[in-house]
Write a protein that binds this ligand. Sequence first.
Ligand code: CMC
Length: 389
Amino acid sequence: FGLLTYDPGYTNTASCKSSVTFLDGEKGILRYRGYPIEQLAEKSTYLETAYLILNGELPNQTQLNGWHKDIMAHTFIHENIKKLIDSFHYDAHPMGTLVGTVAALSTFYPDAKNIHDQACRDRQIWRLIAKMPTLAAFSYRHSIGLPYVYPDQSLSYIGNFMSMLWKKSELQYQPNPILEKAINVLFILHADHEQNCGTSVMRAVASAYSDPFSATSSAIAALYGPLHGGANEAVLHMLAEIGSVDRVPEFIKTVKSGEVSRLMGFGHRVYKEYDPRAKICKTLANEVFSVTGVNPLLAIALELERVALQDDYFISRHLYPNVDFYSGLIYQAMGFPVGMFPVLFAIARNTGWLAQWQEFLVDPDHKIARPRQIYCGSEVRDYIAVDKR
Ligand code: CMC
């Protein structure tokens, strides 16, 4: 096979050059455009961080106001997309609905194919960042049989999302500031993570010059998987199945013996240290629980972490809690059903996907993604007619 390198899972292959996110898995460092994740989580908002990730610099006040206005102006979705959401079964998984409706947006915005025009790309970026929360909130309300709440453009980006999810009366929705801040933080933590599975899919699809709605829908599909964005949902199922703190050691044994394949929310392809996002989530959980009441599954999660971090199996493999270990507990305490967890991840990660899409399009090294393979099938053989087989 000549000079071909065999690298399943691309553990040792850099597929691109990128200036968006810096990640040092050995030291547990994560930075967007050079800014430490800890500082952004403490001081920024999701929308401001989105601007940073997409444009490379933090906005000044005028730029931030303009950015907010551009995004909020696009928060409404076409009534036919609303009908499309109506057509999904009431118990459709909201991630499936999101994959379908984001893909459908490409048929509503055929101008999105004009990907080499900067002004056109900007418009699609506004649309995607603006409309994903609307699609998510409408899917949620559809699943519980409540009428849709249309966007309120006078609220903040996250406040409007909360309103579309939880508004119960004609009065303007007043977001709880602690919960609004918590969603901002969780979205900042999830906004980008260099060449993860979903982002690599985004780049691979976009490498064929597909429109950004189709590419984003593929990235969401990748994120749907339980080894990726579906992990926060899987963590909650796992904690509920364990059921009580005293059953934790028994559960850990089943993971080590291979009876249960994975401790969900643990381990990471790149982090061989404590995921810095998980640290922030752990602290954030207490702030949220001061408003919502403590999630009873927290005690099981804390005990799992304590037992695992003292166990040779996990120590020798450098397996620590990742971002998804605690994020689901917070989302559940806020009242989100587990099916919405990966959807929230997708809304947040949308920024990173779009930044990497745009970076890739203007990269002089741009090439269509087309890996090679090592063929292991049959040698040449002759076709045999069906009656002779
Ligand atoms: N529980 C038990 N064992 C594990 C786990 C786990 N969560 N993760 C890895 N291992 C073991 C694995 O069995 C293997 O052991 P051995 O060397 O004896 O065969 C060793 O650790 C290395 O695992 P790997 O599968 O080669 O590692 P990877 O880099 O391919 O996988 C991962 C990374 C995140 C897919 C994996 O750790 C995992 O499945 N974790 C659980 C799912 C999860 O929490 N995913 C969310 C990731 S963070 C959010 C995101 O980026 O999407």
